[in-house]
Design a protein around this ligand. Structure first.
Ligand code: SAH
Length: 203
């Protein structure tokens, strides 16, 4: 997986490649899909959701330029796989999942695998995790049609947000927060599940 899907397609960050070599992706997929755990596509994890394709996980992680001191927020815990990768590379990971069963499953799995620096919350990612802000990096692993204002506010200056934006096919944005404002870079075309909206009003 790491050689053919990540390195061959241009993922160069050695820490990202080493981490994705170590983290047991097969533990994060359903038993019936174990044989496909390292294949080049997303897989169902129940509740109509998916664990992302390995390349996309590598791409987003590399783009986030994580250092060991960083505090990271992930929106869309899903299986917990991306959170585990982030936990290996950063100081603390805060991750939010709107489907309670997925949040509970990921929390148990991450604990059983020994990750003590991942904090899983059931909730609506549009609001972020205000008590723990600011974050050095924010990875959004489901697609909204706009950048949620709360997440912009909770990003540290010099922080990076990696977020797929749009409906249907989306473009991956790498957003850097500077004292002068946000710098947007559009990168890959991708296809994520939508970041669902709960009924509360939001910006
Ligand atoms: N990062 C995951 C894959 C994410 S799939 C992994 O490594 O496996 C996208 C996830 O986002 C789904 O689990 C979905 O339930 C969740 N999601 C969708 N809308 C959300 C919202 N508003 N807040 C938090 N999570 C949301």
């Amino acid at each position: 997986m790491v050689e053919d899907q990540l390195r061959a397609r241009g993922i160069r960050d050695r820490a990202v490649l080493a981490t994705m070599t170590q983290v047991p992706r097969h533990k994060f997929v359903l038993p019936s899909f174990q044989h496909l755990a390292y294949a080049d596509h997303p897989l169902p994890i129940g509740f109509d959701q998916t664990i992302s394709q390995p390349y996309i996980v590598g791409y987003m992680t590399e783009a986030a330029e994580i250092s060991p001191e960083d505090k990271v927020l992930e929106i869309g815990t899903g299986s917990g796989y991306q959170a585990a990768i982030l936990a290996e590379l950063s100081r603390e990971v805060y991750t939010i999942e709107i489907i309670p069963e997925l949040a509970a499953r990921a929390r148990t799995l991450l604990r059983d695998l020994g990750y003590t620096n991942v904090h899983v919350r059931t909730g609506d990612g549009y609001a972020g995790w205000r008590e723990q802000a600011p974050f050095d990096a924010i990875l959004v692993t489901a697609a909204p049609d706009h950048v949620p204002q709360a997440l912009v506010e909770q990003l540290a200056v010099n922080g990076r947000m990696i977020i797929p934006l749009g409906a249907g096919e989306q473009e991956m944005r790498v957003i850097t927060k500077t004292t002068a404002g946000l710098i947007h870079r559009s990168t890959l075309l991708v296809r994520f599940v939508p970041l669902v909206r709960s009924d509360t009003a939001r910006r």
